[in-house]
Design a protein around this ligand. Structure first.
Ligand code: ZN
Length: 330
């Protein structure tokens, strides 16, 4: 059986789409690798941010609902989504975020000093962490971003879930091949022994007295684990189905997905690495046009009239315009 090697993507709820786009591209230096709509609610955008090509394990996605109310953080949810940064990049990120007016907290070191953590919130209050450690994976940074390559975000470190009790969620993680590898205070870390470095840290913080979270803008909607391909997903479907209610396979255009809820309340997905984000547009202009699957395409005019227009400050069009200007000056 093909092991799960880590997270494929994390999907969260946002409010204003332009604000969301600007924060993740201009502040964090990720690339908008796909601009599409929520296939279950086609009047809403679905943005995918990632590294240069949208490598599985780097992809943070959003449903921006312009009038969404903020969620209330609490138990039964993903509380923090963590990105990897190189060990020497803490000062760079602290300064960059501060200069851009983002409140950032030096959370300190975890697990014997192996990891140094910066904590911040996105414009909708979603809690993010930048985790600096040795041996970050090499990745291709977003081509139009202004973050120097040596400091660029390397994809997901992992996520932290807040739960009132550990056992039910631990059982679900064990079923997926994740095992307990470390414990520090109320934080328990799970990892897939056959996993990649990318997105392979699933932490559970246990607080028996925590209030229940209520979803809204700034909340994580679900987390997705990687399946190598459709055959691997079919095997995992069979393995999970006797224990947790699993949906049939959903065609998400860039991957195929199954969903189930772990007993602690967090929605889990399994998503295939294939076919990926280069499926319907070239790498140079990823994310620049609204892409719709064939079954939603007939509604394009309606959708374009309904979603708020957005502008990208970093795109192939901007780059072409800038180089043309230079040519003229020469
Ligand atoms: Zn998903």
């Amino acid at each position: 059986m093909n092991p799960i090697v880590g997270l494929h993507h994390v999907t969260a709820i946002a409010s204003n789409p332009q604000q969301n786009l600007d924060f993740y591209t201009e502040v964090l230096g990720l690339r908008l690798v796909k601009r599409t709509v929520n296939f279950d609610d086609p009047g809403t955008y679905h943005f995918y941010f990632g590294d240069d090509t949208g490598t599985p394990g780097t992809i943070l996605t959003f449903f921006p609902w312009p009038h969404a109310r903020r969620g209330t953080p609490g138990a039964g949810e993903v509380s923090h989504t963590a990105f990897s940064i190189p060990a020497g990049s803490v000062e760079y990120w602290h300064e960059r975020l501060t200069q851009k007016g983002v409140l950032v907290e030096r959370t300190g070191k975890r697990f014997g000093g192996r990891e140094e953590v910066l904590t911040l919130a996105d414009p909708d209050g979603m809690k993010l962490e930048l985790v600096a450690y040795m041996d970050v994976p090499e990745l291709t940074p977003a081509r139009y971003a202004d973050v120097p390559a040596e400091h660029a975000i390397r994809g997901f470190f992992g996520v932290t879930m807040l739960h009132r009790e550990l056992a039910p969620t631990e059982g679900a993680l064990n079923l997926l091949g994740f095992v307990k590898v470390a414990e520090e205070g109320s934080r328990v870390r799970f990892r897939s022994p056959d996993g990649a470095v990318l997105g392979n840290q699933i932490d559970v913080v246990v607080d028996p007295n925590a209030g229940w979270g209520r979803p809204g803008a700034g909340s994580v909607h679900h987390i997705a684990f990687r399946n190598q391909d459709d055959a691997a997903q079919a095997e995992w479907h069979e393995k999970v189905a006797p224990h947790l209610g699993v949906t049939p396979v959903q065609d998400r255009q860039y991957f195929h997905s199954i969903y189930f809820r772990e007993p602690g309340g967090v929605l889990f997905e399994m998503a295939t690495d294939t076919p990926g984000f280069l499926y319907d547009e070239p790498v140079e202009s990823l994310g620049e046009a609204l892409k719709l699957p064939t079954w939603v395409e007939p509604q394009r005019a309606l959708i374009e009239a309904r979603v708020l227009p957005i502008t990208m400050s970093q795109s192939s069009a901007q780059l072409n315009a800038a180089s043309k200007k230079e040519e003229v000056q020469v």
